[in-house]
Ligand binder design. Structure first.
Ligand SMILES: Cc1ncc(COP(=O)(O)O)c(C=O)c1O
Length: 375
């Protein structure tokens, strides 16, 4: 059975290494192995045998992952190759036609495609801009969520903090999501891969512990700045961990040995907090340059400040669709950003600002050139 092309991932694969300025990334500058291993026993790592690790991840790693979720134990954790494999296996396990997925938009659209592939389809509900002038923020339309969930809905998926808006749900919004899931007796999947990358330094509360049919999906690629380890995890009730394992045996079997070991180092609580502090430091350092640039385009760019993540989702008022605009920016300026269309919402651009400041500034200046030509 065919599956639709995952447009954003395909666009990034095609062009991210071709352009001079890649501002399509949603993470911060990755950590080096040396940075991660500082103060660690390098010899122990080098003498490690590269055999198969435990299917669900080593006990040491699962213990440290569990410690990031109050009330979780290693039995609640399974480890796979990146957040994307985790989301895939979770939705493969939970969805079956005619049952449908209720899916938050804008979002990383992997879940939306999988809801259509493995389930009876995907029904969207939106984050919307509320407030005015300086007080603008993204908020969840809980009434729309209620309408999107029907007796056919078996899974609800939210991403919190959100990609691409950088929005963080309020406690009331989180409670609203749980209430809707409980009323529908649906599984709730909370993709929390940006948790820990908050600008104000307050780690977003996890959904873990708020409902019994809950799965948190996450990993090291975003807030932890280690995407190259390709390491993700699910936190779920042990019965569901068993069902995920059955499916994982048909894909990659285990995480990579080296990644498992390095991930256990990264998730040691004091180090984990230092890594998150590094990420937040990069975001706080770079955001003023992005804001100054946005404010240099009054009437063209609409800014709603992100609360987390090195990503800004900018509305624009220009007579051109987002995919065409991104193509022009890429072809004319050799800069890659992501069109709103690839997050399920038109007339927006997502700009990643987690790179080196000088690189970011030059990339943004080039985008200005195309905006001026069109505007
Ligand atoms: C919300 C969200 N979940 C999952 C992923 C995939 O993560 P990974 O690179 O760990 O597979 C991404 C990547 O952009 C993402 O934005």
């Amino acid at each position: 059975m065919d599956i639709e092309t995952f447009q954003m991932e395909r666009m990034q694969c095609l062009y991210e290494n071709e352009v001079e300025y890649n501002l399509s990334e949603s993470g911060v500058q990755p950590m080096s192995v040396a940075e991660l291993m500082a103060g660690q026993d390098l010899d122990a790592l080098l003498s490690m045998g590269l055999g198969y690790p435990h299917s669900n991840g080593s006990h040491a790693l699962r213990e440290r992952v569990a410690a990031f979720y109050p009330g979780a134990t290693p039995e609640n954790v399974t480890v796979m190759n990146g957040g994307s494999e985790v989301n895939h296996i979770v939705l493969w396990t939970l969805l079956e036609p005619p049952h449908r997925l209720a899916f938050m938009v804008p979002n990383y659209m992997q879940g939306w495609g999988l809801g259509r592939h493995y389930g009876g389809g995907s029904d969207v509900f939106h984050l919307v801009v509320r407030g005015s002038d300086d007080g603008r923020h993204w908020a969840l339309d809980v009434d729309e969520l209620r309408r999107a969930v029907t007796d056919r809905t078996s899974v609800i998926l939210v991403t919190n903090p959100n990609n691409p808006t950088g929005a963080v749900l309020t406690e009331q919004e989180m409670a609203g999501v749980v209430e809707v899931a409980r009323e529908a007796d649906a599984w709730l999947v909370a993709d929390e891969i940006y948790r820990g990358a908050e600008l104000d330094g307050r780690t977003t509360p996890t959904f873990w512990g708020s409902y019994d049919k809950l799965i948190v999906t996450s990993g090291l690629s975003k807030a932890f700045a280690l995407p190259g380890l390709r390491l993700g995890w699910a936190v779920a009730p042990p019965e569901l961990i068993e069902r995920l394992w059955i499916h994982h045996d048909y894909t990659t079997l285990t995480p990579a040995m080296l990644s498992d070991r390095l991930a256990a180092i990264a998730m040691d609580p004091p180090r984990r907090e230092r890594i998150l502090a590094r990420t937040r430091g990069i975001i706080r350092r770079n955001l003023p340059a992005l804001e100054e640039w946005v404010h240099g385009h009054p009437g063209v760019l609409e800014y709603v400040p992100p609360a987390a993540g090195a990503i800004a989702y900018l509305g624009y008022d220009l007579p051109i669709g987002s995919s065409d605009l991104v193509d022009r920016i890429r072809v004319e300026q050799s800069v890659l950003v992501v069109p709103g269309e690839q997050f399920g919402m038109e007339k927006y651009l997502r700009i990643g600002f987690g790179s080196e400041p000088d690189y970011l500034r030059k990339g943004l200046e080039r985008i200005s050139e195309t905006l001026r030509q069109i505007g």
